[in-house]
Design a binder for this molecule. Structure first.
Ligand code: IMP
Ligand code: MG
Length: 172
């Protein structure tokens, strides 16, 4: 408790960005067998809004991963705590992530999913913190870019709090 939240991306801005991404994805995947994989828990609101703006049929699944080892920093030691259940072989897979920060989580997810032989794999992230990248990952669809700061809301948490907020705020 006691943090100050400052509005960063309003509901209206998020709505516009989600509509733009849905349009791009619908156009690019019009003739494909798409499986969207939402990364839990942070991407649940984004995925729910995004799929309702798509104009193409998709399958939807979820993964959850967690870092272990040192709590304080991104150790890069990651394990799967909930795996994908839909078969991915021969499918066009699109990972739906809330935030790309160091890139370590996504790198792990990409390697994990590629091992299942999808016919293609791309990444869609609502927020890209490009300046903080430690490993290279190609993010194909980006909602917002931001330099620094810790954000919450619209599915994104600080210690499991604030996920329910309809807009995105910086925590001070
Ligand atoms: P990465 O492995 O460093 O790229 O970590 C990405 C993950 O860290 C995101 O999917 C979020 O779950 C979490 N994360 C990174 N930045 C923030 C933030 O500003 N607020 C809340 N979670 C964050
Ligand atoms: Mg996440």
């Amino acid at each position: 408790m006691g943090e100050k939240l400052e509005l960063l991306f309003s509901q209206k801005e998020i709505e516009q960005v989600v509509a733009r991404l849905a349009k791009e994805i619908s156009a690019d995947y019009a003739t494909k067998n798409v499986v969207l994989i939402g990364v839990l828990k942070g991407a649940f609101v984004f995925l729910a809004d995004l799929v309702r703006q798509l104009t193409i049929p998709v399958e939807i699944d979820f993964m959850r991963i967690s870092s272990y080892g040192s709590q304080k920093e991104s150790s890069g030691k990651i394990k799967v705590t909930k795996d994908v259940e839909v078969p991915l072989e021969g499918k066009d897979v699109l990972i739906i992530e809330d935030i790309v920060d160091t890139g370590l989580s996504l790198k792990f997810l990409v390697d994990h999913i590629l091992a299942q032989n999808p016919s293609s794999l791309r990444i869609c992230a609502l927020v890209d913190k490009k300046a903080r990248r430690e490993v290279e990952v190609q993010v194909d669809y980006i909602g917002f870019e931001m330099e620094e700061g810790f954000i919450v809301g619209y599915g994104i948490d600080f210690d499991e709090r604030y996920r329910y907020l309809p807009a995105i705020f910086v925590v001070n």
